[in-house]
Design a protein. Sequence first.
Length: 487
Amino acid sequence: MHKNNLTQLLLLFKEYCKNNKNKTDKAISQHVKIVKEFFKYYASLNNSGSADSISLDDIGTDHIGSVKPSDINAYISFCKNDLSDTNNEIARKSLCLKAFFDFLIYSGYIKNNPVKPVSTKLKASYKADTTEKQPHPSADAHNNEVPIPENVIEDFDYKALPVPVQSFLGYCTSVKNKSPKTVEEYRKDLTTFFRFYKVNKNLVGSDIPFEKISISDVDLRLIESVKITDLLIFMQYLAQERKNNAATRARKTSCLRSFYKYLNEYNFISVNPTENLHIPKIDKKLPHHLTLEQSVELLKSIDGPNKERDYCILTLFLNCGMRLQELVDINYNDIRNDGTIIIKGKGSKERLVYLNDACIKAINDYMAVRPKDGLKGDSRSALFISRNHNRINVSTVQKLVYKYLSNIGLSAQDGFSCHKLRHTAATLMYQTGNVDVRVLKELLGHENLSTTQIYTHVSDKQLKNASFSNPLSQISSDFDDNDKSEN
């Protein structure tokens, strides 16, 4: 038994929480439980034994002081992937561990806290998970009890990836709270890069097709051998061989920078080769959108057996400016009695949007005919239901939007889509409704104001009005009159 073992330190920690932090007995008990869970996991990794067979008396300050940030991150990934903890639970565990290590520093047992500050996104989701939502008045009691399953990443063998890549993707999911779609894009981007790197360094046979090259053998030594010149050659390859546009190259650059920054910060590697890798400049194009007249015509074109549902979908797109996935993910109890709706955006970030009269009427009209029988699992809580009595999916929404756009003479070939309806909502609110761009940022769920500022473009009508509003616009020359008088 160690002189200062974990059991003894936890007794001191409990007294500290009670006397110095005024924690309740229940909160203290939860803190202790989480600390024990972590160190059993940590000890099982280092001792190759089962967590249940490990004694807390054998864990001393020397073991505790050797905990690294990467160990904390591995534990968080374990909680997410193996224990199926929610973002709420992961945030709570991270905060509890940080409090315990802060106590050990305060008491002089260790010098550094291995727990990184909990991300603001994770804290936000922790607060959001504990916020009570008001059900829609049309909701029945048993439907409110249906749990909403969390999105998971499928379609690839996670364990076939290199361990550093696995660790990074787990970090993005559990700590940075990135969406499954974003994590999947990161996986593809890193796979493409390391395949290219192996080809460029002659580490794979020339007879193997690019898409068949395995990256399972990529280790830290290979990762650390990458230089800035390799990254620049990769960017050239993306532009010339794969014909990636600037926006796609920018995303892949951002992925590589995040990957190497993570490995460097958690001491997996000593040098970050992406520090001087600049993100390609993206030309700002005016967003394609419908005019007010086209928007009204689109709504008037809706007909058919699902007209109430389809009208409600297009009304929400054009009035709330939500993303396609955000609309599909709406549950009817996200609509609250006070005329607001909770929209789950990128990275599980939630935002509150006020529904105008058109939206409320469209929702009420649809809820009056929304199927209630034959719904199973997740579909029982979904707002929009397909003809097969499932939660409506992205493909179905895209098809119905294309159909109605086609009815008014607009097609996908012309650049019109579900996302263009979001652009339309933003443009109409800014230009016609005089909505401040900072308010528009919050309504659209943008993280950066620069993303929203693309909607501050001016229309041809505004340009014409500006030209004619110039006080000099009525001043003209009298050359012709003078010439006539002289003649």
